[in-house]
Ligand binder design. Structure first.
Ligand SMILES: [Zn+2]
Length: 83
């Protein structure tokens, strides 16, 4: 994974422990995102194989930036918290 530093195209991982979801959100997007799986961007919902794990909600940017690399990072965050 490349350590790209593009402050205008940053992504944020928000751990919503209260609803058992981890949201990957684009920062400073052209439209607001709701931290819900029915967000207007129609985020990708990845159910965990382990029922004790959190559901990963990967939002799609409205401005077209790519999320693939960060999605991998989110997986890493998720698995790290299994311990
Ligand atoms: Zn969204």
């Amino acid at each position: 994974m490349h350590a790209t530093q593009n402050t205008n195209k940053a992504w944020q991982v928000k751990d919503r422990a209260d609803v058992g979801e981890v949201h990957v959100l684009p920062l400073g997007d052209t439209s607001e995102h709701a931290e819900r799986r029915d967000c207007a961007c129609l985020p990708r919902v990845e159910k965990p194989t382990n029922p004790n794990d959190k559901t990963l909600i990967v939002h799609y940017s409205f401005d077209g930036r790519e999320a693939f690399e960060y999605a991998e990072g989110a997986y890493y965050v998720r698995h790290k918290r299994d311990a």
